[in-house]
Design a protein around this ligand. Structure first.
Ligand SMILES: Nc1ncnc2c1ncn2[C@@H]1O[C@H](COP(=O)(O)OP(=O)(O)OP(=O)(O)O)[C@@H](O)[C@H]1O
Length: 304
């Protein structure tokens, strides 16, 4: 369980995280979703005690990370897969971590097996591909067999096989009853992985809902094309609908369903060329939720 209460982080004039409050529950994969620069990494760093909140609290099992009696056995994290000791072998790296945290040596070979790195255990980390580094980072996170796992953009830069592997691993870890928090800026990725979503934009919470609830809440609009779009826009607006430009020259109409729109058009003698009900995809819902929060042109390409 992770409990975030009124969590705020300011860097000078920049408010990276603004009054966030949410829980991350065990037994689920919780997606932590937001556009670039939304404050996901900063929030995760505060959960892990790597950054101090300006105000508010981030608790794991009810206490700040720094107060956990044996942090590696309680929380595992993958923040930056490239952070490592290039000259060491994967096995030596994990053995050092285990020794420093009172974890039995035998666990090192267990986690190397879980992440599929047995064959590369003796190789220098410096020569690892990004996918291998991700696997090693996850091995380190799993070393203490923790109940809470935090992954920051774990699929970034991975090939399709690596992506499927990480998705499956996260689902398995949650199925074992662990708390799994995983960040992403891609709704398409989270739609395939997460049970629950925390969506943030510019550091603020914009949604805290199950994937199913978010999908169900997606609004339905109607795409309409008419011989005289201006006349139809006036007629629909007068009937109480909201009309905005839609895809490929169509009008996107909300507030009236397709039969009602057809009725308005018929009453005015307006010819329709298309009348298509459209349920917003999760991707569109995410874009709408965060539309006003995206920092345009900011941080693009900041991550590999
Ligand atoms: N050490 C820092 N000093 C100053 N500003 C920072 C610092 N760390 C983060 N920020 C700012 O805080 C905001 C949130 O950044 P953060 O990295 O947490 O976002 P993110 O959601 O993880 O984004 P991304 O998906 O691009 O990694 C950004 O505006 C960023 O520039």
């Amino acid at each position: 369980m992770i409990e975030i209460r009124g969590l705020t982080k300011r860097y000078g004039d920049v408010t990276a995280v603004a009054d966030l409050t949410f829980d991350v529950r065990p037994g689920l994969v919780t997606g932590f979703l937001g556009p670039n620069g939304a404050g996901k990494s900063t929030t995760m760093r505060m959960i892990l005690g790597l950054d101090a909140p300006t105000s508010g609290t981030a608790g794991v099992y009810g206490v700040p990370y720094a107060d956990l009696p044996s942090p590696m056995r309680q929380v595992g994290a993958l923040l930056d897969a490239r952070a490592g000791y290039g000259g060491r072998s994967a096995r030596t790296h994990l053995r050092c971590l285990a020794a420093a945290n009172g974890i039995p040596r035998a666990r090192v070979d267990e986690v190397l097996g879980i992440v599929g790195l047995e064959g590369a255990a003796g190789r220098r980390i410096g020569g690892f591909s990004l996918g291998m580094s991700q696997r090693l980072g996850i091995a380190a996170a799993l070393l203490g067999d923790p109940g809470v796992l935090i992954f920051d953009e774990p699929v970034n830069g991975l090939d399709p096989e690596g992506i499927v592997w990480i998705r499956t691993l996260m689902r398995d870890l949650a199925a074992e009853g662990r708390t799994v928090l995983v960040s992403s800026h891609l709704m398409s990725e989270m739609a395939l992985t997460a049970d629950h979503l925390i969506v943030i934009g510019r550091g603020r919470l914009v949604a805290d809902a199950s994937l199913d609830a978010l999908a169900a809440s997606a609004g339905t609009t109607v795409h309409v094309r008419a011989a005289d779009q201006s006349a139809l826009t006036r007629a629909l607006t007068a009937a109480g609908a909201t009309v905005t430009p839609g895809p490929a020259g169509a009008l996107e109409v909300s507030g009236l369903d397709a039969p009602a729109i057809g009725g308005v058009a018929a009453a005015r003698g307006l010819v329709l060329h298309e009348l298509t009900p459209h349920r917003a995809s999760l991707e569109e819902t995410f874009m709408k939720l965060t539309r006003d929060t995206v920092e345009f042109g900011h941080q693009e390409g900041a991550k590999a």
